[in-house]
Design a protein around this ligand. Sequence first.
Ligand SMILES: [Zn+2]
Length: 156
Amino acid sequence: MDFDEDKIDDYTLALLYLVTHDRHEGFGARAWKGFDWDTMNRLHEKGYLLNPVGTAKSVGMSEEGFLRDRELFERYFARKATVEPLPKLTVEARKRWGQIPEQDRIVFLDNVWCGECHTGASMQLCEGKISGRLLVLSGTCKKCGGKVARVIEPEE
Ligand SMILES: [Zn+2]
């Protein structure tokens, strides 16, 4: 089997984060070394690990190694908050919003002023309500995450 050793090195280094201990800021850390020997030796050659040869059950990790270890761990394994919550619209707001043609709804959401970005932006719709005769939509700017709102007047 032909495999990408650099990729294995990166994933192994990332997994080492789970077995890292004795972290000393600026001076690396130690990690249990129960991983594939060839990989551990390559990580040593790359400067991330100290020499893994020896009877100790753990291996020293350079400061550079620890920082990359932590970065890769986050990159590969952090649970990302990508699930967008469904917008909460009041019954009346949902009715009014539903009466607007879909194309127009997209245009409304894609043309919101963001005070943080100081520019037009797209809104991630979070809430909607009727205020007087107006449909008031609020949500977050897709660029910066700041709060944005959009007021839509009734068509007459
Ligand atoms: Zn913004």
